[in-house]
Write a protein that binds this ligand. Structure first.
Ligand code: CP
Length: 308
């Protein structure tokens, strides 16, 4: 595996290996001394053209805990703000001899385009509304750990309900590509205005009625309402959005006793998710954050050291 641009890049063997290594990395993460020598001498650049807290910091920690050198380059504060193109920025970093570039960009397909220009391994850290493959991998890893730790089995036969701003979400596209491969069934829920064109061809259930599917969910994955990508009125008011699609205290009470709540973050508390839900014992939101470091350690390991 040279690049990770999409969940579709992973064969079943790759997928099994990435998730298995993430389990081993998770154990390293909880040790007092976290350093492994696996990527000593390698260099990873985080190149972010969009803001991030979780993805950028977890990739940086992942690289450092594997003993790689890691640097961060943001569009803000780099020569991009002086007008340098994405291609010249990539060629510049590549010419320094870096081994991997973790890139986030507002353009769908931008990271795949970048992979044609550079010698380094490219990792997609979110490209427009296309994909966020390491987010789906960490979501799966967090769910699998939760189910295993609670004697609830695996993802096989589990029902994952993904709710909210599907139109602007790259997380949903990666999860729809991944979760059925792990045996889960997926139901997508959104108001009609936030359903992507062609969603009916994605091969999963689609509905506008959250209350019809939430009581049967094993996982309710709430998606952020991406106000920064919305120019028009996608719903009449926040109050109406909450009434139809918010994970309120009442909806929380309608869920199965063993069901959990996931959110890729950042959360809009009081909009797609109430604080009752976000702070409840059922929420695995911070487990997802922890899983992010383990999964990104695994991905870096398999891309940069996997063949050795
Ligand atoms: N989930 C996610 O990608 O979060 P960040 O935008 O903080 O990286």
């Amino acid at each position: 595996m040279k690049h990770l641009l999409s969940i579709h890049d992973l064969t079943d063997t790759d997928l099994e290996a990435v998730l298995a290594t993430a389990e081993e990395m998770h154990d390293v993460q909880s040790r007092p001394v976290k350093k492994l020598p696996a990527l000593r001498g390698r260099t990873v650049v985080n190149l972010f053209f969009e803001d991030s807290t979780r993805t950028r910091s977890s990739f940086e920690l992942a690289a450092k805990w594997l003993s790689a050198d890691a640097i961060n380059v943001s569009a803000k504060g780099s020569s991009v703000s002086k007008g340098e193109s994405m291609k010249d920025t990539l060629l510049t970093l590549d010419a320094m001899g870096v081994d991997a570039i973790v890139m986030r960009h507002a353009g769908s397909g931008a990271v795949a385009q970048a992979a044609n220009w550079v010698r380094a391994s490219m990792i997609n850290a979110g490209d427009g509304t296309h994909e966020h493959p390491t987010q789906a991998l960490l979501d799966a890893h967090a769910m699998l750990r939760h189910f295993r730790n609670h004697d609830l089995g695996t993802l096989e036969g589990k029902r994952v309900v993904i709710v909210g701003d599907l139109l602007h979400s790259r997380v949903v596209r990666s999860n729809v590509a991944l979760l059925p491969r792990l045996g889960a069934s997926v139901a997508l829920v959104a108001p009609r205005t936030l359903l992507p064109a062609g969603v009916d061809t994605w091969g999963v259930e689609v509905t506008t009625e959250l209350d019809d599917v939430l009581p049967e969910a094993d996982v309710a994955m709430m998606l952020r309402v991406q106000r920064e990508r919305m120019q028009g009125g996608f719903f009449p008011s926040e109050r109406e959005y909450i009434a139809g699609y918010g994970l309120t205290g009442t909806r929380l009470a309608s869920m199965r006793p063993t069901a959990v709540i996931a959110h890729p973050g950042p959360m809009n508390r009081g909009l797609e998710i109430s604080s009752d839900a976000a702070d409840s014992a059922r929420a695995i939101v911070l487990d997802q954050v922890s899983a992010g470091v383990a999964v990104r350690m695994s991905v870096l390991y398999h891309l940069l050291a996997g063949n050795e």
